[in-house]
Design a protein around this ligand. Structure first.
Ligand SMILES: [Zn+2]
Length: 301
């Protein structure tokens, strides 16, 4: 009897092991490409058979280095996932598509696609794309421009599957905050939350044009929701900008937002608000761009 039971369990174990191997692939790993421009992160996921990259930098010069990093791993790149419609996360996609013609640019919903198109259209209108002419939108006037409509696919459902097994779990149920629409990714194999621009680590937060007082309150509330949701599993937090951190990052971000709200509400000049924020956060990066634009939008001289 015992022998039969052992044999049966062994057979069952074999079956379970085989099935999980067939469907789950190797555990998902991640490498971080840390951009120099705007300290923005690209996350290169792999299941040992193929790769998916999340966010692809603000400049083509950075995308070239990112592409070389991906190529060095000698695994096919299947997807370029853009987490939200801000240019520091998508400008590099033109170069990546040239380097990896088999890869597909994907976003989690049609709102994010529209955010990207809207942002690029606006950037072109103010001359910001003169430095990145390949990203100027395709139009009657500019037939050789970037075809956002054709090149960006909207995913169905909230998983992004790897070639060779396994998937990224995407979440988009968020109110407008740092961006109007955003995607986060949770990877169980890593116990890692890829928080996109809900999280910055030792980099000033973007609260510039478009990030209204209401959006800032939504952002703060969402950070508190993350604290509750992930408190017991204690994942590593992979931010959009800056180094990975632990759950204490959320408390630090909430404090930052509350300080920014108080200081900008009470400041009698932009200069005063910037001085006070810099005093509280002397080691935070991107003060000249991110902090300056955020204060300009929220303090009226
Ligand atoms: Zn960003």
């Amino acid at each position: 009897m015992r022998a039969i039971l052992v044999a049966a369990l062994a057979a069952l174990g074999f079956l379970v092991a085989n099935t999980s191997q067939a469907t789950a692939g190797d555990p998902i790993k991640v490498d971080i490409y840390k951009g120099e421009v705007a300290t923005v992160n690209s996350y290169i996921f792999s299941n040992g058979k193929s790769q998916i990259v999340m966010d692809v930098q603000r400049a083509t010069s950075e995308a070239k280095k990112l592409a070389a990093t991906i190529k060095a791993k000698k695994l096919p790149l299947t997807h370029i996932l853009i987490s939200h419609g801000h240019p520091d996360h998508y400008i590099g996609m033109d170069w990546l598509l040239k380097e990896f013609p088999g890869a597909k640019v994907v976003v989690a919903n049609k709102d994010i696609k529209q955010d990207i198109i809207g942002f690029s259209t606006w950037m072109e209108s103010v001359g910001w794309l003169d430095a990145e002419p390949a990203l100027k939108p395709k139009s009657v006037k500019n037939p050789d421009g970037f075809d956002y409509e054709k090149n960006i696919s909207v995913l169905e459902g909230n998983t992004l599957e790897f070639d060779g097994g396994g998937a990224l779990k995407l979440d988009t149920q968020y109110k407008p905050a740092e961006s109007n629409h955003a995607t986060t990714v949770y990877v169980g194999d890593l116990n890692g939350l890829f928080a996109s621009d809900f999280a910055y680590n030792k980099v000033h937060l973007w609260m510039g044009t478009g990030v209204t007082d209401e959006h800032i309150r939504n952002w703060r509330d969402q950070l508190a929701t993350f604290q509750k949701k992930y408190g017991s599993s204690n994942p590593t937090i992979y931010p959009g900008h800056g180094n990975p951190g632990d759950m204490s990052l959320f408390a630090e971000l909430i404090k930052y937002i509350e300080n920014f709200q108080r200081i900008t509400a009470n400041a009698t000049s932009r200069e005063m608000a910037i001085t006070e924020m810099k005093k509280l956060y002397p080691d935070y990066g991107e003060a000249d761009f991110l902090l300056k634009n955020s204060v300009d939008f929220h303090v009226h001289d």
